[in-house]
Design a protein around this ligand. Sequence first.
Ligand SMILES: *Cc1c(COP(=O)(O)O)cnc(C)c1O
Length: 491
Amino acid sequence: MSNKTIPNQGISSDRIFAAMETIKQKDIRWGEGRAFSLVFKGDKEMDEVIRKASQMFFSENGLNPSAFPSLKQFENEVVSMMVDLLRGGSAGCGSMTSGGTESILMAVKAAREWGKKNKPGHPRYKIIVPLSVHPAFDKAAHYFEMDLVKVGLGPDYRVNLAELEAKIDDQTVLIVGSAPQYPQGVIDPIAKMGELAKKYKTLLHVDGCVGGVLLPFFKMNGANVPDFDFNVEGVTSISADLHKYGYAAKGASVVLFRNKVLRRHSYFSSTDWPGGMYASPSVLGTRAGGPIAAAWAIMNYLGIEGYTRVAGSIKNTVDEFKTRIEKQPGIKLAVEPDMSVMCMVGDGVDIYQVGDGMTKRGWHLDRQQNPAGLHLTVTYAHAEVIENFFSDLALSVAEANNFGAKLSGMKTGIAKGFIKAMPKSVVGKLVEREGKSFGKDLEGDGPKSTAAMYGMMEAIPGKGDLDGLVLDVLDGLFTLQKPLDLEGKQQ
Ligand SMILES: *Cc1c(COP(=O)(O)O)cnc(C)c1O
């Protein structure tokens, strides 16, 4: 292990950028449609619009809207456009945030404050979510010291309504549905959840982080999209990420509320600071101007016509993916997805082995669990790669069929027996070692067996141990291995 220190003498910008170019080569090749998460690429013109807008407001700070009327204007217009898209009416309002997680944090915080006022007398408040809900809700409950209760899914991966209803109690301030949820891409029964929210007087948040900006335009392209927005009476807040299918620059999302009374609960103020009166609508203090400006610019640039056109292209690509996955023996879709997010599972083949085969061939597909699957978020960039993707998929499935499945079964079996027989400290060490190869996978350093890694994770008894394992991996990822060579040796 070695350290990086601030260089004694500054280094020429040529060398700096050369080193940055070099290391960038290791990143996933999202520009060629090789990634199925993390980057939502538009076309060249869209890209130019957000780059130019970001650049123009690169130094501005959204912390103080009265100092930057420009950003205040953009932000209010972005929120207004989103309220209109998601049918929030004249009372609808919201805030811009840095991303889905921050939007969700604000909705959960608002629910807790709402609870203190409307359901007083509880030491803690409760949020009820489907098992499929994004971990940002676990994070929010953790940060805000609330209880998170999870509800199982039906065979169609949508929340089990009877179980949800049975779990609602007086401490419950918020129930959550997703449109769609990330793991299998289906929309929870929002209309029915709205009825429950009204019946039991709780708030209802719709996590439209990935779908909020795309579903309305899928619908305009003829897709069958159930109501998931403020048109459903019980819905009180919605999160929607502009930096996903809104094609904004990263760092842009909105959290929308049905009215200003609810939004007020998400705010924060401090009035006794010697530095002055301080009030802020969300988590961040200093807020980069770039993402706010870029979001405003791209929404105006695309317009309803542009978003509908882009969504139409995505929908065609999605239909092609669905058809071809169903035609490929050995794998299938976990469930018919409602939008562009889907999950491939094995149908007689070890899907993680298929994933390893795809990684080897330069594709980046996230591994999922319960059930074991590979995640696909289909975007605008994927129209071009259909042929290559499916020929590589066929090869990977064939490989997994031939010898991979047996090998993986063996590895997993060995790991399972091993772990059960070992004291915790030894498990930690083993995990450290396996964790490194897991980390390398994320760095794109070539294929390591994630099949074996996931096999091991399944085998660890008890959730506490599993959390420890994952945090060990995180520690490993955020430990500097070797500083970048800036001395020009590579030149
Ligand atoms: C992406 C996503 C989030 C979290 O958004 P971030 O921008 O990554 O913080 C939450 N929910 C769903 C369904 C998502 O797809």
